[in-house]
Design a protein around this ligand. Structure first.
Ligand SMILES: [Fe+2]
Length: 196
């Protein structure tokens, strides 16, 4: 069952996301030793343990939310093409979250292509599955793409979340559940939309 996307508000968006984690989080993260929920919770937990700002913690927590594209299937009834998962996620988030969060989601695949082009040692951090999809996603960026990417004001955060994306693939890590992060996510929504 898809919830009616249009009924999402600042008061139920966090519950909507929590519900996705709950119902869909156990799904396999293709080729990785963790589920989708473990992957996103690991990134957020590592960020929190390292004292990173809330933007990074929440960015890591939500960066792959678009993997559950069917949850957002009613959003664009006229779509004829499959959308990229990172765009689907960002479209949901942009109504409620600041651009730094949506950019961490929208550009996490681009960030991999960027880092592979600009930091030669970065490629070695990629899991086998991620190295494989790199080719499908266009391979390392060209110099022109790199220059365009560097113009994004949220570049630093996008890259930090990308490193957490790589880090959050541990078969043996304990993390708190989504509930632990929910108040932080709500705070971010409220701050973005204004307290009123
Ligand atoms: Fe990811």
């Amino acid at each position: 069952m898809n919830p009616d996307f249009q009924t999402l508000t600042r008061d139920n968006i966090v519950a909507f996301i929590a519900d996705i984690f709950d119902r869909r989080g156990g799904e396999e993260y293709l080729g990785e030793p963790v589920t989708m929920a473990q992957h996103m919770l690991q990134g957020a937990t590592i960020a929190e343990q390292n004292g990173m700002p809330e933007e990074i913690i929440v960015g890591a927590l939500l960066h792959d939310i678009g993997h559950f594209t069917s949850e957002f299937g009613t959003y664009h009834p006229d779509d004829t093409e499959d959308r990229h998962h990172e765009d689907a996620g960002a479209e949901v988030l942009e109504r409620f979250f600041p651009s730094v969060i949506t950019d961490c989601c929208r550009y996490h695949v681009a960030a991999k292509r960027y880092l592979c082009a600009t930091r030669p040692e970065y490629f070695n951090r990629l899991s086998a599955a991620s190295a494989h999809t790199l080719e499908l996603q266009g391979g390392p960026m060209s110099a022109k793409e790199v220059a365009a990417f560097e113009a994004n004001p949220n570049l630093k955060e996008i890259i930090q979340v990308r490193y957490l994306d790589e880090a959050g693939k541990r078969p043996d890590m304990d993390t708190p559940g989504f509930d632990h992060f929910a108040p932080m996510v709500q705070r971010m929504v409220d701050r973005h939309l204004g307290e009123g």
